[in-house]
Design a protein around this ligand. Structure first.
Ligand code: GLT
Ligand code: MN
Ligand code: MN
Length: 389
C-alpha cells in the first residue's frame, strides 16, 4: 500500500541488524523464527523504505571467525549495502553476550576483562568506521551488580570514565570523525546498572576528557522502565546539545525491557515525542530499537518494521495538524499570554529588577483562582489523535 505515510529513505529511518533479525528468543523460550543473514536484512529494509541499518560487531561477524572469514562476510555485507543503497549510520560493540563479560566489561572487577573490553571495542570501532558509521553507541549491557557488596560504584564510574577517555583519545589519534552516544538503562540484565538514566549520562559526560565528542542515545523503553517521561529526557539531551542518536520503541510501564513496536503501547506519549523531534530540529537518524512479537513469522516481522515507520509518519502529520489547529493554538496562546504588569519583573538579573520584584504586591488569590484549561486542551489533542479533528 502506498500513501502519504509510506516510509522513504529521506525520512532517515534505521533499524539494527539485531531488531528485524531478532529470532524471538527470550529467557524462557527458544527462537521461533529463522535467523536472517545480514544481506537478507539489508534487502528487507531497503524494500520497505528504510534509510540505514545499524549493527553490533557480533551481529555481523561470528565471535570466533578467522580473519579470512571476517573479511568475506564484511565484503558481502558491503556489496548488499551498495546494491540496495542502504547506509550504516551507527555501530556498537556487543560487550554483554560473551561469558567473559558476566561481571560487566569496562566496569568488571577483573582488569583483564576491562582491558579485553577495550580491545574488542577498538576492533569494533574499526569495523564501524569501515562501514561508514558516524555515531558509535555505548550501551552498558552488564555494567552493574546484583550484590552491592561486590563493586564500589565510585570505582565503576571511574573505570567507565577511563575507558571512554581512552577510546576518545584513540579515535582522535586514528583520525576517526566519530561521535559517541551513551545509552542508559536502569536494570536488566543486571539487577542495577550504573548510570541508569539519560540524565545520569548527561552529568557523567561533563567529566570526560573529550566531552564534545560524547552525547547520548536515549531509548523510550529504558527511560520508562525507570518510571520516567521519555520526552522530558530527550528534551534535556537536546537542550544540552547532546542528542546524538535515539532509540525509538515502546514500553508499557516499569517492567522488563519490552522493545515494542513504536507507538504500539503509549500512542499519546509517542505523539508528544514525535512532535518534539519534528519541532526541535533534530536531523539525526530515527532508529527503531525494537522487535516483533514472538508470535510472528517473517511476514509479521515486515509488518512490525513498516508499522514503526508508518506510525512515526502519521504522528508527524498529526503534529502538523496540531500546529494548524486554531482552537488548540488559541488555548495555548491564551494560557501563555504575557502579563504586562509582570513582564518587567522577569528576565535577567539586575539590581533594579531584584529591588522592584522584592517590593511588588502580587494578587495571589487571582493567580491561584485562574483555570488553566488543560482538560479542554488535552481532550482536543486526544480527539485530534483519534482522527475526528
Ligand atoms: C540491546 C539493547 C539495546 C541497545 C543495543 C545496543 S543492544 O538490544 O537492549 O537497548 O541499544 O547495544
Ligand atoms: Mn537501545
Ligand atoms: Mn530496550
Amino acid at each position: 500500500m502506498q500513501d502519504a505515510y509510506t516510509p522513504r529513505p529521506e525520512h532517515r529511518f534505521t533499524f539494527g541488524l539485531w531488531t528485524v533479525g531478532n529470532p524471538g528468543r527470550d529467557p524462557f523460550g527458544d527462537p521461533v523464527r529463522a535467523t536472517l543473514t545480514a544481506p537478507a536484512i539489508v534487502e528487507l529494509l531497503a524494500g520497505i523504505g528504510a534509510h540505514g541499518v545499524n549493527l553490533h560487531d557480533e551481529d555481523l561477524l561470528p565471535r570466533d571467525a578467522d580473519a579470512a572469514t571476517r573479511e568475506r562476510i564484511t565484503v558481502d555485507f558491503e556489496k548488499a549495502l551498495a546494491d540496495h543503497g542502504l547506509r550504516v549510520p551507527m555501530a556498537t560493540t556487543n560487550l554483554f553476550s560473551d561469558p567473559v563479560f558476566k561481571d560487566g566489561a569496562f566496569t568488571s572487577n577483573d582488569p583483564g576483562v576491562r582491558a579485553h573490553a577495550l580491545q574488542r571495542t577498538m576492533r569494533a570501532i574499526e569495523l564501524g568506521v569501515r562501514l561508514g558509521a558516524e555515531t558509535y553507541v555505548f550501551w552498558g549491557g552488564r555494567e552493574g551488580v546484583e550484590s552491592h557488596v561486590s563493586k564500589d560504584p565510585l570505582d565503576a564510574i571511574r573505570w567507565f570514565r577511563d575507558a571512554l577517555n581512552f577510546l576518545t583519545h584513540w579515535c582522535k589519534d586514528q583520525g576517526y570523525d566519530l561521535k559517541f552516544a551513551l545509552e542508559a538503562k536502569p536494570n536488566e540484565p543486571r539487577g542495577d546498572l550504573f548510570l541508569p538514566t539519560t540524565g545520569a549520562m548527561l552529568g557523567f559526560i561533563e567529566t570526560l576528557d573529550h566531552k564534545e565528542m560524547v552525547g547520548v542515545n536515549p531509548e523510550v523503553a529504558h527511560e520508562r522502565m525507570a518510571g520516567l517521561d521519555f520526552t522530558h529526557a530527550v528534551a534535556q539531551a537536546w537542550d544540552a546539545g547532546k542528542l546524538f542518536h535515539i532509540d525509538l520503541n515502546d514500553q508499557a510501564g516499569p517492567r522488563y525491557d519490552q522493545d515494542l513496536r513504536f507507538g504500539s503501547s503509549d500512542i499519546k506519549g509517542a505523539f508528544h515525542l514525535v512532535r518534539f523531534l519534528e519541532e526541535c530540529g533534530y536531523d539525526g537518524p530515527l532508529h527503531f530499537d525494537a522487535h516483533a512479537y514472538r508470535t510472528e513469522d517473517a511476514a509479521g516481522v515486515r509488518d512490525f518494521a513498516i508499522g514503526c515507520m508508518r506510525t512515526y509518519r502519521i504522528l508527524a502529520d498529526k503534529a502538523a495538524r496540531m500546529r494548524a489547529d486554531a482552537e488548540i493554538q488559541g488555548i495555548l496562546a491564551e494560557i501563555r499570554r504575557d502579563d504586562p504588569a509582570v513582564m518587567p519583573l522577569l528576565g535577567a538579573y539586575t539590581a533594579e529588577r531584584a529591588a522592584a520584584l522584592r517590593a511588588h504586591a502580587f494578587d495571589t488569590e487571582a493567580l491561584a483562582a485562574r483555570g488553566m484549561r488543560y482538560e479542554r486542551l488535552d481532550q482536543l489533542v486526544t480527539e485530534l489523535l483519534l482522527g475526528i479533528r
